[in-house]
Ligand binder design. Structure first.
Ligand code: PEP
Ligand code: MG
Length: 322
């Protein structure tokens, strides 16, 4: 079986009837990136940079971050690196970050981009490091937990400040492509107003499901009855795709849904340009896509969007051979 999967490692992720998908990897550190060539991924669709803070006593400074991103780019040899700015707060707590424990509802609190907009020093350090690293490779920069255009207005003012600083300091830098993680229902609804600033979006179904279903993603009492693969989330995914495609913005999905080899072909059938999955799942996803037909994936997606119950979706997937 392993041999059968390896057959697809170095070929493009293309269906029998000639439709291609960029199949990228979610990674959390440099070791993951170093192992990437073995997985057959087309680059990195999500680099969770908060891993830097795991054992850190202090926030890594600009030079440390710049070196880290440059090392990642070197390992990637021209492939795309999608860096997500620090996604802290909620369940992602780190000792070098001011404790947010005063919050009564941390999942609804100062997390993701909200945190970095509240801590401009942290934001500037990371923005400057990424802009400088972008001069040395194929970099995209993505922001977590964005829900309103006002947040992007504020963010892009800060980006401009960093650009002006780097120009003045005569430091080499380049403009990365900018994107957001669509992971709140408000982001789906407000997307049109935010797209003019973006060249890509990536749907974070882990949080999108949590916030749509009002069900804590880490609560084992809820996960079985409130899965991300449910009609409500699928409708939001579909709406997001339509909105983004209407203006030619690249569409990706980086939540756990994409790591399920039975669901990834269905997502491709919905029309995503890219999917980003756990490195360990890539071989199986690629095999499923390369052996299937896009016309069948599209039919599967159309059928899934007609489903009104989780059980109907489960029945739809029961034909999956993997
Ligand atoms: C998501 O929310 O789906 C996602 C990809 O990000 P994380 O799991 O890191 O919150
Ligand atoms: Mg998320």
């Amino acid at each position: 079986r392993r041999g059968a999967l390896e057959r697809y490692r170095d070929v493009p992720c293309t269906t029998v009837d000639g439709h291609s998908l960029k199949l990228m990897a979610n990674v959390g550190n440099l070791n993951d990136i170093a192992r990437l060539p073995q997985s057959g991924a087309d680059g990195i669709g999500l680099f969770r940079t908060e891993f830097m803070l795991m054992d850190a006593v202090a926030m890594p400074d600009e030079k440390e971050q710049f070196n880290l991103y440059c090392e990642a780019l070197q390992l990637l040899a021209g492939q795309c690196l999608t860096i997500r700015t620090l996604d802290v707060g909620a369940d992602k707590e780190f000792s070098c970050i001011n404790p947010q424990s005063a919050e009564e509802n941390p999942a609804l609190g100062v997390r993701g981009l909200r945190y970095t907009l509240h801590h401009k020093d942290v934001l500037h350090t990371q923005l400057r490091a990424v802009l400088r690293a972008a001069a040395f490779g194929n970099v995209r920069l993505m922001f977590p937990m964005v829900s309103q255009p006002e947040e992007l207005d504020e963010l892009f003012t800060e980006i401009e400040i960093c650009r002006q600083q780097l120009l003045l300091e005569q430091k080499a830098f380049a403009e990365p492509e900018y994107g957001i993680v669509v992971e709140t229902p408000a982001a789906v609804i407000n997307l049109k107003a935010m797209l003019p600033r973006l060249s890509f979006i990536s749907i974070g179904t882990n949080d999108l499901a949590q916030y749509t279903l009002a069900a804590d993603r880490g609560n084992p009492q809820l996960t079985a009855s409130y899965p991300a693969f449910c009609p409500a989330v699928l409708q939001l995914i579909s709406q997001t795709l339509h909105t983004a495609k209407a203006v030619g913005v690249t569409t990706s999905l980086c939540g756990e849904l994409a790591s399920d080899p039975c669901i990834a072909p269905l997502l491709m059938g919905m029309g995503f340009d890219e999917l980003s999955a756990n490195a360990a799942a890539i071989a199986e996803i690629k095999a499923a896509i390369c052996q299937g037909r896009f016309s069948d994936f599209k039919q599967l997606a159309d059928n899934a969007l007609q489903c009104q119950r989780i059980s109907e979706l489960e029945t739809l997937l029961s034909g999956c051979q993997i």
